[in-house]
Design a protein around this ligand. Structure first.
Ligand code: GUN
Ligand code: FE
Length: 423
């Protein structure tokens, strides 16, 4: 059913700082897209099926712009390390297990089930270096009905023998093989090029991937300027570049070959941010990961002010929860600490901005996604705050704020992706 009406308390962003609220409103879905929000049901829609959400809140579906499906098993484990030690101790040994398709089916099955139950409707996902396991994840994501980009990871240096791809050529070949199998195979699932980060990709591999990107017209995702030790390492590995961002740019991996996502950008200075903006690269703020592996706090206020496209990421398992509600709360809280302790000129995020980042901000990577303005693909979550009893009558905005801080998967009543109900 892709033509219907949702009736309830409708909340969404048109701009980062304003929340549009329509109490007891009507949200019209035609052919999977919004035809707008109305206070009274217009005559012309009166014969569409109506889903009465009662006293519940209707929000745009959320986009997780950065998540490692292959790290889901060790979320909330081994968090007392910084990035490079954490990768060696936790991430690499776990990711190696996905050599075995049976393990991949089981582990990705758990991830997929839980993502399906969350407020996330779209995601950009890292798998592992293994083509076969990545395809298994793509099959599962497709069956879930969520809309996702999934990437087979590339790494041909600075990884343990058991995980490192044999050579740049072998990595590029495996990527092409995976692409040939998966491009066009799915309705809701697309491949995305995924060089892990500069320390794990030789110049030769990055050059090959830039070529593949152009040949197949692919988007690309990676990590940028997350951790001080990592940044110092990239400076050594790429003496030709003034910054980490410029190092990607010189290798034609920073938005010149297709739509691009860079996770973290915690230490991106004004110059690096200007480059992201110029190349229309999405910066992903992953606040829980910033705290867990003590990377720092990304300058989200600066991203927003300066017009860098920005979304939120769980970065599981750097982040321990896949919940975008949690990511919104963490983004607000981290921005307050940054304001107090790092830069008093950069005001903290407000609720509206956090919702914007989780919906329209990150959703824009997928096109017209993350709002209910006419023409937007209709991704929606219907939230029920019955569980969060309160002795007073609250406004819809107050109820939204409590759901963001206190809500979880239990409070989701219905979920739609591009007008399709996810069950
Ligand atoms: N940088 C390179 N790989 C990773 C990863 O798996 N997680 C995080 N948070 N940062 C990375
Ligand atoms: Fe990450």
């Amino acid at each position: 059913m892709q033509n219907f009406v949702l009736k309830g308390h409708i909340c969404y962003n048109q701009t980062p700082t304003e929340l549009a609220v329509q109490e007891d409103g009507y949200l019209i879905c035609e052919n999977g897209r919004s035809s707008g929000v109305f206070p009274v049901l217009p005559e012309r829609y009166q014969n569409l099926p109506l889903v009465d959400c009662g006293d519940r809140l209707i929000l745009p579906g959320m986009t997780d712009l950065h998540v490692h499906a292959s790290q889901y098993a060790f979320r909330a484990l081994g968090m007392d390390m910084e990035l490079l030690d954490w990768l060696n101790t936790n991430a690499f040994p776990e990711e190696a297990k996905f050599q075995d398709p049976e393990y991949a089916r089981k582990a990705y099955g758990i991830f997929t089930e839980n993502l399906k139950k969350s407020t996330t409707t779209r995601a950009c996902i890292f798998a592992t270096v293994h083509g076969e396991a990545t395809e298994i994840l793509m099959d599962q994501m497709e069956a879930s009905g969520l809309i996702t980009y999934v990437g087979k990871v590339n790494m041909d240096r600075n990884a343990p023998d058991y995980l490192r791809e044999e050579s740049a050529e072998a990595s590029a070949q495996a990527t092409v093989k995976w692409l040939e199998r998966t491009i066009g195979k799915y309705e809701h699932t697309r491949p995305i090029l995924t060089p892990r980060f500069i320390p794990s990709c030789t110049d030769e591999l990055m050059e090959a991937l830039a070529g593949i990107q152009k040949q197949y017209h692919l988007p690309l995702q990676s990590h940028l300027s997350e951790n001080q030790g990592e940044i110092a390492w990239v400076r050594e590995l790429c003496p030709d570049a003034d910054s980490y961002g410029e190092a990607y740019d010189r290798r034609e991996l920073l938005g010149t070959g297709g739509p691009t996502i860079m996770a973290h950008c915690v230490w991106s200075d004004e110059k690096e941010r200007a480059l992201l903006k110029k190349r229309n690269v999405f910066a992903v703020h992953c606040p829980q990961s910033n705290m867990n592996i003590a990377s720092g706090i990304a300058p989200v206020r600066a991203f927003l002010k300066e017009g860098v496209p920005t979304g939120l990421g769980s970065d599981v398992a750097g982040g321990s929860s896949e919940s975008l509600l949690r990511a919104m709360t963490d983004a607000i809280q981290a921005s307050k600490l940054r304001w107090r302790l790092v830069d008093e000129s950069q005001k903290p995020l407000i609720l509206e901005e956090a919702l914007y980042l989780a919906t329209k901000g990150g959703g824009s990577f997928f096109g017209k996604v993350g709002s209910f303005e006419p023409g937007y693909e209709l991704d929606a979550v219907v939230l029920d705050d019955m569980r969060l009893a309160h002795p007073q009558t609250l406004t819809v905005k107050q109820r939204l704020e409590r759901l963001v801080y206190l809500g979880d998967d239990r409070d989701i009543w219905k979920k739609y992706v591009a007008g399709r109900e996810i069950r």
